[in-house]
Design a protein around this ligand. Structure first.
Ligand code: HEM
Length: 433
């Protein structure tokens, strides 16, 4: 049961010591530690593995409030440590001023202008029209798992399926030629493997990706006709997008393409990985879903994906926010310049908001989870993520009906990054169809 804040002020001696955060045990299952924080220290100051101090916000009400609070800026110049050159925030390897001016690093009015322009190009209609291609990619990857020479019936679901699907999908959507997409697969692989680790390789990958995108955008701009083609790719649509006579500059378009790749890649890998893992560990729920898919019913798939996002979503902590002035959140005073991290994974298990929050219930209706964030930075790619997540899980369960875990849950390794939550690998077995 939920204890109101007044009953358990932060630092209350009866609460005992705060649990260890950011250890390997924590990475494997952070939920008990989050439950403790929600109850005893819902706005909690802690030192992150990078040495930066930040506030963790774990209750649903305060989390939602923080995500919509205009005094919490996304711009790292407001970080109190930025002035001393100590701030270690942002995308690893991302140092270019050009790429820094993307949606997740800026505030209104710049954010409003850029988001309006991108929304004209990256429309729900464009995503809906992309559905057949996502299905085709999904089937090709499953075919490859089934037909693998010498290894039929076994696969690493992350490496062979969840990882390549989103990268090929976003490359196709953007208009990266097929022959270049394996380069993106390599760069993205470097970024996901070493996101929180050695910086050299990541920096090189980011640089190569940036160089490639800048050149592609330049080339497309040169050859763009006067009127839109019906099947024009997203980069061309971004270049063409206009709002009251305003367009994206070439740099802004490159930063936009980069953030679409960056924000839409590892998140979707983890939606598929965490989602399938949760289903494999909850046989009754999995059977329910499998039956409804076989019956051609999409309702449970729709509510089910939302529940998988709430239950064990890809984005554990929302991206950085910084207080532009002193403010109070959940009774805690937060100083100007302090970083604030909203723990979406903790908020989405808050018993004050969700009935039986630790139970996976694919039929859950009242499910206003924060897995896609909230407020002006609400996930721009949610329609694409839903399409990919639904297509991937439905097709896996339909084509590999007896898919099962081929490892002990305790032997699985989680990535342990700060922002994302996802498995390094997910060994599965199945009887090939
Ligand atoms: C923002 C989650 C997939 C593009 C966000 C935010 C969250 C999120 C939590 C807000 C971060 C914050 O406020 O700090 C997810 C999840 C996904 C997913 C869970 C998959 C299941 C995608 C995809 C794309 C995408 C596929 C694009 C191709 C973006 C962009 C933003 C964003 C551009 C920044 C929006 C802004 O600042 O206005 N996402 N995302 N996301 N997401 Fe996603």
């Amino acid at each position: 049961p939920h204890t109101p804040a007044a009953d358990a002020p932060a630092g209350c001696p009866a609460a005992g010591p705060a649990p260890a955060l950011f250890t390997w045990e924590f990475a494997a299952d952070p939920y008990p530690a989050y439950a403790w924080l929600r109850e005893h220290a819902p706005v909690h100051r802690t030192e992150l593995p990078s040495g930066v101090e930040a506030w963790l916000v774990t209750r649903y009400t305060e989390a939602r409030q923080a995500l919509a609070d205009a005094r919490l800026s996304k711009n790292p110049v407001h970080h109190s440590e930025a002035a001393h050159g100590k701030g270690k925030v942002g995308i690893p390897g991302e140092r270019s001023a050009n790429l820094m001016t993307h949606l997740l690093n800026i505030d209104p009015p710049d954010h409003t202008r850029l988001r309006r322009l991108v929304s004209k190009a990256f429309t729900p209609r464009r995503v809906a029209a992309f559905a057949p291609r996502v299905q085709e990619l999904t089937d090709q990857l499953i075919d490859a798992m089934i037909d693998k020479p010498g290894g039929a019936g076994q696969a690493d679901l992350i490496h062979e399926f969840a990882f390549p699907l989103p990268i090929y999908a976003i490359c196709d959507l953007l208009g990266v030629p097929r022959e270049d997409q394996d380069d993106f697969r390599d760069w993205a692989g470097m970024m996901i493997r070493h996101g929180g680790g050695p910086r050299g390789g990541v920096a090189r990958s980011v640089k190569k990706m940036r160089g490639y995108l800048a050149e592609l955008i330049h080339r497309k701009r040169e050859t763009l006709g006067d009127t839109a083609e019906p099947d024009e790719d997203l980069i061309s649509a971004l270049i063409r997008a206009s709002d009251h006579g305003e367009h994206l500059t070439e740099n802004e378009a490159a930063a936009m393409a980069f953030i679409l790749l960056f924000a839409g890649f590892e998140t979707t890998v983890n939606l598929i990985g965490n989602g399938l893992y949760a289903l494999l560990r909850h046989p009754a729920q999995r059977e329910l879903l499998q039956k409804s898919i076989a019956a051609g019913d999409t309702e449970l798939l729709t509510t089910g994906i939302e529940e998988l996002l709430r239950y064990d979503g890809p984005v554990e902590l929302a991206t950085w926010r910084f207080a532009t002035e002193e403010l109070t959140l959940g009774g805690q005073r937060i100083a100007e310049g302090d970083p604030v991290l909203v723990v979406l994974a903790a908020a989405d298990r808050d018993p004050a908001r969700f009935d039986e929050p630790d139970v996976l219930d694919l039929t859950r209706r009242d499910n206003q989870h924060l897995g896609y964030g909230h407020g002006i930075h609400y996930c721009l790619g949610a329609p694409l993520a839903r399409l990919e997540g639904q297509t991937a899980l439905a097709t896996l369960l339909a084509r590999l009906p007896d898919i099962r875990l081929a490892a002990e849950p305790d032997d699985l390794r989680w990535r342990g990054g700060l922002i994302m939550r996802g498995l390094r690998s997910l060994p599965v077995e199945f009887t090939p169809d």
